[in-house]
Design a protein around this ligand. Structure first.
Ligand SMILES: Nc1nc2c(c(=O)[nH]1)N=C([C@H](O)[C@@H](O)CO)CN2
Length: 129
């Protein structure tokens, strides 16, 4: 049978993170908003062990938030790589927003990776707005 793929994910999960490149940011956790689209094979059964529990992506983001990271790009890449450790995930697109970084506007980084490690541009086309 032809493989069928679907997307699952989370939008706008809020985590605190030791993030930022400036001296005054170090050791002062800040809010990040995390959205992720995960491309998986259609689950064969109506059971959580047939799919990827999207709570795990939020848990991985919370865990990353305890590590000192300078750039939101790095945070996004590490979270994408953590998701791809599960073989159920074919490709992932992560959007990291740092709502309080700028006096106006929202800073963000978007990272799209597939299982080959390449940028997953195809996902971007149909991924997060
Ligand atoms: N491309 C990036 N630019 C900047 C980042 C970043 O993570 N990626 N971070 C900062 C500072 O940490 C800023 O958010 C402090 O308000 C500036 N530029």
């Amino acid at each position: 049978m032809t493989d069928r793929f679907i997307s699952i994910g989370v939008r706008d999960a809020e985590v605190t993170a030791d993030i930022g490149m400036l001296a005054h940011e170090i050791g002062r956790p800040q809010l990040l908003r995390i959205s992720g689209t995960l491309r998986i094979r259609m689950p064969e059964a109506d059971r959580i062990d047939s799919t990827f529990d999207y709570k795990r992506m939020v848990d991985a983001a919370k865990a990353l938030g305890t590590h000192r990271i300078a750039l939101i790009e790095t945070f996004g890449r590490l979270l994408a790589e953590a998701c791809l450790e599960d073989p159920k995930i074919e490709a992932v697109e992560i959007l990291i927003e740092k709502p309080n970084a700028l006096p106006s506007g929202t800073a963000f980084a978007r990272v799209a990776l597939d299982r080959t490690g390449a940028n997953a541009d195809a996902l971007s086309a149909g991924g997060l707005a």
